[in-house]
Ligand binder design. Structure first.
Ligand SMILES: Nc1nc2c(c(=O)[nH]1)N[C@H]1C(S)=C(S)[C@@H](COP(=O)(O)O)O[C@H]1N2
Ligand SMILES: [Mo]
Length: 249
């Protein structure tokens, strides 16, 4: 090879390298300067990032979610006795079952009021699984309650189960989550009233909480006050603060 040819190749390589650096820089600058999403159901991300997140969510929902795909369960003996206690927004202190009724807002406008005793008469479902919090801890724990599916069937909430989402809120409306219907109807999703054979205490969502093994802890709302149904995404406490709305595992 002649000296001239080598020089020419060096020049081309450096030009490509330069163009690559420039486009990466421009790309990052574009992203960095792109507008934020309008705060609504989700907030805290740049618009292009949120668009990408929503697309990724849909992709994974379609690819990996299947109601016959069960979350791994463990022998009951592996469940911890003292489960870790995390945050308590909307569920601090005690709420004895006799002072509480679950409010279920039907799409007809009618509200069902259900006591814990009534729920405890429905078929009981138990699960021992690895509960995972986004903050980076997990624990194998044991829960008992009525499966959300059985609950929907028992109260003839057929029209409601055809909606896109379930919204759950604490009685004081301080904490709230939105769950896509397929995840709510997943066979391992429970309206749980017991942990290790004992009624839930004030720390873990007394008198009724959501246990949804296909999702991270943030979606496992403690102390359910009301349940609603809708086709648009219900408000969600952590999604409003920038966390992933779907929060699936
Ligand atoms: N009402 C209410 N439910 C809640 C929360 C909360 O702050 N308030 N925190 C969530 C989070 S982030 C986690 S990890 C779990 C923790 O449940 P535990 O305290 O029973 O371990 O509850 C979830 N449900
Ligand atoms: Mo969490």
């Amino acid at each position: 090879m002649t000296e001239r040819k080598i020089k020419r190749r060096n020049f081309i390589s450096f030009a490509f390298f330069g163009a690559y650096i420039a486009s990466t820089y421009t790309g990052f600058r574009w992203l960095y300067k792109s507008p934020d999403e309008t705060p609504d159901i989700t907030a805290g991300a740049h618009k292009p990032l949120r668009r990408a997140l929503n697309k990724t969510e849909l992709f994974f929902r379609r690819l990996t979610f299947n109601e016959n795909h069960l979350v791994k369960t463990y022998p009951r003996s592996m469940a911890v006795q003292q489960i870790r206690h995390n945050s308590d927004i909307g569920s601090a202190g005690e709420l004895p079952p006799e002072n509480w009724k679950l409010q279920v807002k039907r799409i007809s406008g009618e509200t069902l009021q259900i006591t814990l005793n009534e729920l405890m008469k429905l078929p009981k479902t138990e699960i021992t699984y690895d509960f995972k919090c986004v903050e980076g801890w997990d624990q194998i724990s044991h829960w008992e309650g009525v499966s959300f599916r059985d609950f929907m069937a028992h109260y003839s909430l057929e029209a409601e189960s055809g909606m896109g989402y379930v919204g759950l809120e604490t009685p004081d409306q301080q904490y709230y989550v939105g769950i896509d219907m397929p995840s709510a109807m997943h066979p391992q999703t429970l309206l749980a009233y017991q942990m290790n054979d004992e009624l839930l205490n004030g720390k873990h969502g007394q008198p009724l909480r959501l246990i949804i093994p296909v999702k991270y802890g943030i979606k496992n709302l403690k102390r359910i006050g009301t349940i609603t149904f809708s086709n648009s995404r219900p408000r969600d406490y952590w999604a409003e603060r920038g966390y992933d709305y779907y929060s699936g595992l």
